[in-house]
Design a protein around this ligand. Sequence first.
Ligand SMILES: *Cc1c(COP(=O)(O)O)cnc(C)c1O
Length: 396
Amino acid sequence: MTNPTPAVRDRVLCLPPTELPAYVYDLAALRDHAAHVRAALPERAELYYAAKANPEPEILAALGPYVDGYEVSSGGELAHVAKAVPGRPLAFGGPGKTPDEIRAALAQGVERFHVESEHDLRMLAELARDTAPDTRVGVLLRFNLAVADGSLSGSSLAMGGRPTPFGLDPSQAPDTLRLLTDGTYPHLELRGIHAHLASGLDAPELLSVARSIVDWAMGLGVPLLEVNVGGGMAVDYTRPESRFDWQAYGAGLARLTDAHPELTLRIEPGRALTAYCGWYATEVLDVKHSHGEEFAVVRGGTHHLRTPATKGHDQPCSVLPVEQWPYPWPRPAAVGEHVSLTGQLCTPKDLLARGAHAPGLRAGDRVAFSLAGAYAWNISHHDFLMHPHPGLHFVG
Ligand SMILES: *Cc1c(COP(=O)(O)O)cnc(C)c1O
């Protein structure tokens, strides 16, 4: 599904140039994919969507039937998700929660807090006593675990298993667990352990991480109801046709839930749920030859789709040829097979794809960048150079 789906292609081709660039999301494709993911998971594995990957309200709502809840990591995400999908379970995590954010989450009735430090725990306990004295607030302690050697080696974004600001150090487990089990904090209920250690792992790697987390949690010697093994399922931008093996991952999780009948397992993917449902579509403004290479400058750029710049990859794309050329002079066109696609920003870093296979690409042709449904528009520096923002379209 890296070529635009027919619905996306139709939308891209019928937009006037002045309405490009545009993000076009195929919600039917998203629903199909989410249903496939859900079906691969065992019954006792819960699926939360990490909203930071793409928090568009239409995306959150389309995922609704297939997820058990949503993971939010800021007061802003909390308010936004609670409004977009009212009444759905939320887990509130993230380092550096402010007292105001915690108060807002308590007032919102958030079911689960992912506690990142002892200070975070003490603050939550104090505010829970004041804000929600009649309820017990669910707590999962997030730990930065060192997992079996090598299992994080494929990761592009390791957040654990090495020094990082995320989660508690495993050495703090005895003290924090004691605070939650000796009656110090009657307003808090220890529900379990949370660990999100890396992003960009394939199914065998991520299963080995999940097993390490569950084994470690079970060895703590306190009764636990839940273990959240995080997100991080790989999206391979260099092989856009290949997908994370949800079948194998689900089968592995089933072995884990079978081995621990008292435990609910939870995963919280972001990227691998939504990346495939979005395209950033635009038109070629100009084609240039420079020192033996060819460049196509497109309307828009990395200020809208920052993903290739942050991850250092070439964004996969396809060309949608347009035959009309409205000007009386010759149409700029590539003579070779490979063209680098750049944006309108005055910086050499505004590179969407190096040497893309686009033989004869012409000014006026359209280009749709795929895998643009996650960590794309919402992580980009929209106002750098003051170009207009892209339209957002939802089809399907
Ligand atoms: C970002 C994040 C996720 C989602 O990661 P993906 O790589 O998008 O699957 C899940 N949990 C936590 C705590 C995160 O920070």
